[in-house]
Ligand binder design. Structure first.
Ligand code: NAP
Length: 284
């Protein structure tokens, strides 16, 4: 039986630490970190994520602003808002909720955010810094996974780590963080041959596929650490991960549940990044 890694508890520990630091900063400098969240259109999932972010800001004591723009917002309007936020002194982090409506150029929007305020760490300059291991911010979801791994004192060094998925926001940075922690890393994707065998060689298996219950017990080595990044709906509309929890849990040593695993970590790491942005911008 696996130990279930409690993402709710670890995320709440991270947020509490941020909140304590915010109190101290307020006392010393009479200001607090500020985060602006921009949402365009009416995607219900995005709306939920933005509400969670706002709630987390309130919980840790940040100042926050929300810009809910209509679906028909033009590229120029969005770019001009970003420029305004880049120059606002009380805003230390700017986050544009993705995905954007189809008519908007997502990468141009990401590149328009000042790298020092790019608390999602999606800007090419921040991505490049992650590659060379000299980063200020890490993308929130992979950083959250590393925090979960650390919370259980799981050793990464020398371990075979397999990441399923190579997206820019999860798979690739995830692999890079495991590599920085001296893991021996393999990245799998939809064109990978022998996926089952490769996954079965993993001491640490991270699933970021976006397919409900994709990872079955015959893909997992006895005693492996299994991290499930997936957030999907099953055939009954119930939230589920990329891992078939029922099958995989009995053979793994540690496993993250969905919900309550990686999900809550993403927002907690966003709070941590915004605090870091505030400190950098204020030379603290
Ligand atoms: P994505 O951009 O759709 O990437 C999925 C990756 O899985 C791609 O690299 C794809 O390969 C690979 N893949 C698809 N089918 C495969 C197969 N049959 N065998 C092997 N690899 C396969 O998704 P994402 O944005 O990385 O997100 C992945 C999951 O994490 C989703 O469920 C998403 O909802 C969830 N997520 C959760 C959080 C959180 O806070 N917990 C945050 C972000 C994302 P190709 O590159 O070859 O197409």
């Amino acid at each position: 039986m696996a130990k279930i890694i409690d993402g709710k508890k670890v995320s709440s520990d991270v947020k509490n630490k941020v909140a304590q630091q915010v109190l101290k900063l307020k006392e010393m400098y009479n200001k607090v970190p500020g985060l602006a969240v921009v949402i365009v259109g009416n995607d219900p999932a995005s709306r939920v994520y933005v509400n969670n972010k706002k709630r987390a800001c309130d919980m840790v004591g940040f100042y926050s602003e929300e810009y809910a723009l209509p679906e028909e917002t033009t590229q120029e309007e969005l770019m001009s808002l970003i420029e305004k936020l880049n120059n606002k002194e009380n805003i230390n982090g700017v986050l544009v909720q993705l995905p954007l409506p189809k008519h908007l150029n997502e990468s141009a929007v990401i590149e328009a955010i000042k790298p020092q305020k790019d608390v999602d760490a999606f800007h090419a300059s921040n991505v490049g810094k992650i590659m060379i291991g000299e980063y200020s911010f890490l993308p929130c979801t992979p950083a959250g996974v590393m925090e979960l791994i650390k919370s259980e004192n799981i050793e990464v060094e020398g371990k075979n780590c397999v990441v399923i998925g190579r997206s820019n926001i999860v798979g690739k940075p995830m692999a890079m963080l495991l590599l920085h922690n001296n893991g021996t890393v393999t990245i799998c994707h939809s064109k990978t041959k022998n996926l089952k065998e490769i996954c079965k060689s993993a001491d640490i298996l991270v699933a970021a596929v976006g397919k409900p219950k994709f990872v079955k017990s015959d893909m997992v080595k006895e005693g492996a650490v299994v991290i499930d990044v997936g957030m999907n709906r099953d055939e009954n509309g119930k939230l589920c991960g990329d891992v078939d929890f029922k099958e995989v849990e009995p053979i793994s040593s540690y496993i993250t549940p969905v919900p309550g695993g990686v999900g809550p970590m993403t927002v907690a790491m966003l709070m941590k990044n915004t605090l870091t942005a505030f400190k950098i911008q204020n030379h603290i």
